[in-house]
Design a protein around this ligand. Structure first.
Ligand code: BGC
Length: 494
C-alpha cells in the first residue's frame, strides 16, 4: 500500500474512533431531564439522611448554620483564611456597609509534600497554616500581636465537612488531591485554633467555618446591588452560590422545616430565634456516586479508579471540574495511541512524552487554548501541546484533538447546568415574584475563564426542565473574592 493510502486510511480510522468517543460525551435534553429530576430526589434524600459518615455515598446536603443573607449594610474589620485547591490565603477584610469592601491578603502555594504525602500529619498541615497566618499578622496587623486585642477569623475550608455549628465541623473526606489520613473525623477549627495558639496568636479567634460556596454566596449577596447585574426595574434575588474551578460545589437557602436531618431540638431552637431558612452546602461533587444516571465512559472509570485519591466518591466533580478536564483528554489520547490510531512516531506507551504519561499533568488551561483555536492549521494548539506536554502533532491529529476538547468541555458545562436547574425547581425560585429574576453567584477558574463555558451552561439550562423561559430569568454572575469576603461575613455574625 502506498504511504498516502496508508496515511489516509489511518486518518479515517482516527476520525471514526474520535467521533465515537465524542458521541459518548453527549448530554442531550432527555439526559438533562433525567439528571435534574434525580438531583431533586437526591437533595430530598440528603436533607433527611441523619448520619454523615465517610461511607455514605448520597448527596451530603450539609447544614451550614448560616441562617440569613447579608444585605450589603454589614460593617467591620475581620480576618479570613482560605484553604482551597492549591493555595492558602489569609486576608483582612474591611466591610464598609455599602456593598463594598477592601481587602489585604497574603497568598501562599501549599507545599507539594503537604498535598502529596499520606504520612504528613494534621499538625504539620495546620502548623503551616498558622505560620502563614503569623507572617500575615506581622506584615499587616502587628498592633494586634502587641496589644492582644481579639480579632475574629472566618475559615473557608473547601472540603466536605460535617458541620455541627457555625464554628465547628469534622472532615468527612479530602477531595482535590489532599491525602492526609489523620485529619478525617477531626474538627478542623480546633486543629487550626490550637496551632494558632501554640504559635503565639491566641488573639486570633476562629469563630466561623464556611465552605467556599457558602462564602461565594454570602459575598455575592453582600455585593449584589453593586455588581451591575440588575437592569433597572427588575427584581433579582441571589439564590445559589457555586464553584466551578479545581472542584465543584454549590449551596442555597433551604426552609428549616425541610431540613429533616436537624434534630428536633436544633429545629425548635432555630424557629424560636425566628429563623426560617438555612444555607445548605450540597457538596454536589458527590452527586450520583452510585452512577445510576451520570453519563460514564471508560475514561471516567479509569480516572476514578486508577488515578484519583478518592475512588468511588465525587463522581460528578470528576466529570465537571477543572481538575479533571485535562485528565480526561490525557486518558483519551493515551487510549487512542494504545490502539495505534494517533502519534505514530511513538512505538509504545513507554516512549510517549513523559508528561502525557503522567496523571494530572495536562491542565485544563491547555484545553481552554485548544477550545477556541481558530488559527490556520491549528498552530496555537500545536504550540500549546508542545509547550505543555512536549508533544508534537500533525494537523490532522490536532483537528481530532480539538473535537475531543470540545466534547469534554461541553459535557462538563451541560452537567454543570443540572444542579442549577434542580435547585431552581426545588426552591420554586423562578416563580417567587412576577417577573422575578434570580442571581447565581459563581466563582472558580472554569466558570470564569474557560471560553464559552457560561454560554454552554446557559444553553443547557434552556434545554433543561426550566426551559428557555426559566433560563432567561437566570443571571450567572461572577462573585469575586467569595472565600475572603464570605468568610468575613460569617465571622461577623458569629
Ligand atoms: C469540595 C467542596 C468545595 C468544592 C469547590 C470540592 O472538591 O468537596 O467542599 O466546595 O470542591 O472548591
Amino acid at each position: 500500500m502506498s504511504f498516502e493510502k496508508f496515511h489516509k486510511q489511518n486518518q479515517v480510522q482516527l476520525t471514526k474512533a474520535v467521533d465515537e468517543i465524542c458521541q459518548e460525551f453527549v448530554v442531550d435534553e432527555a439526559k438533562l431531564e433525567e439528571l435534574t429530576s434525580y438531583f431533586i430526589e437526591s437533595m430530598e434524600k440528603g436533607l433527611g439522611q441523619k448520619e454523615e459518615n465517610a461511607e455514605y455515598k448520597g448527596l451530603p446536603m450539609i447544614p451550614t448554620f448560616v441562617t440569613g443573607k447579608p444585605n450589603g449594610t454589614e460593617k467591620g474589620v475581620l480576618l479570613a483564611a482560605d484553604l482551597g485547591g492549591t493555595n492558602f490565603r489569609v486576608c483582612s477584610v474591611t466591610l464598609s456597609g455599602d456593598h463594598r469592601f477592601s481587602l489585604q491578603q497574603l497568598k501562599s502555594k501549599i507545599p507539594e509534600e503537604l498535598l502529596e504525602d499520606e504520612a504528613v500529619t494534621s499538625d504539620e498541615l495546620f502548623g503551616y497554616l498558622a505560620r502563614r497566618t503569623m507572617v500575615f499578622m506581622k506584615k499587616f496587623h502587628p498592633e494586634y500581636l502587641q496589644n492582644g486585642e481579639k480579632l475574629k477569623l472566618g475559615f473557608t475550608f473547601s472540603y466536605p465537612v460535617n458541620q455541627t455549628s457555625l464554628s465547628s465541623g469534622t472532615l468527612i473526606r479530602w477531595t482535590k488531591g489532599f491525602k492526609i489520613k489523620d485529619t478525617i473525623g477531626k474538627d478542623v477549627v480546633d486543629l487550626y485554633q490550637s496551632q494558632l495558639e501554640s504559635q503565639g496568636m491566641p488573639m486570633v479567634r476562629v469563630v466561623a467555618l464556611a465552605n467556599d460556596t457558602v462564602g461565594t454566596f454570602l459575598s455575592h449577596c453582600y455585593c449584589s446591588l453593586n455588581n451591575g447585574s440588575m437592569t433597572s426595574g427588575e427584581i433579582s434575588e441571589p439564590v445559589i452560590g457555586c464553584i466551578f474551578g479545581t472542584g465543584t460545589n454549590g449551596c442555597y437557602m433551604e426552609k428549616i422545616e425541610n431540613i429533616k436531618k436537624l434534630s428536633d431540638e436544633q429545629r425548635e431552637q432555630l424557629i424560636s430565634e425566628g429563623k426560617t431558612e438555612m444555607c445548605i452546602n450540597t457538596e454536589w461533587g458527590s452527586f450520583d456516586n452510585d452512577l445510576k444516571h451520570l453519563p460514564t465512559t471508560k475514561y471516567d472509570v479509569d480516572i476514578d479508579q486508577k488515578f484519583s485519591s478518592n475512588p468511588g466518591f465525587h463522581l460528578f466533580e470528576k466529570r465537571v471540574s477543572g481538575m479533571f478536564l485535562g485528565e480526561l483528554l490525557r486518558n483519551v489520547l493515551v487510549d487512542l495511541h494504545s490502539r495505534r490510531l494517533i502519534f505514530h512516531q511513538y512505538p509504545d506507551t513507554e516512549s510517549l512524552p513523559h508528561r502525557l504519561r503522567t496523571p494530572f499533568d495536562l491542565s485544563s488551561e491547555v484545553l481552554s487554548h485548544i477550545e477556541i483555536d481558530d488559527s490556520s492549521e491549528l498552530r496555537e494548539t500545536e504550540l500549546s501541546l508542545l509547550q505543555s506536554l512536549r508533544l508534537p502533532t500533525t494537523y490532522e491529529e490536532r483537528v481530532e484533538i480539538q473535537k475531543l476538547v470540545r466534547a469534554i468541555s461541553r459535557r462538563s458545562a451541560y452537567l454543570a447546568a443540572v444542579p442549577i436547574s434542580a435547585i431552581l425547581i426545588k426552591t420554586g425560585a423562578l416563580n417567587k415574584r412576577y417577573h422575578g429574576e434570580v442571581e447565581i453567584g459563581c466563582d472558580g477558574s472554569v466558570v470564569e475563564y474557560y471560553p464559552g463555558f457560561r454560554s454552554m451552561m446557559r444553553h443547557a439550562l434552556a434545554l433543561s426542565p426550566i426551559g428557555p423561559d426559566g433560563e432567561r430569568k437566570v443571571h450567572l454572575c461572577i462573585a469575586k473574592d467569595g472565600s475572603g469576603v464570605g468568610a468575613a461575613l460569617c465571622a461577623l455574625v458569629a
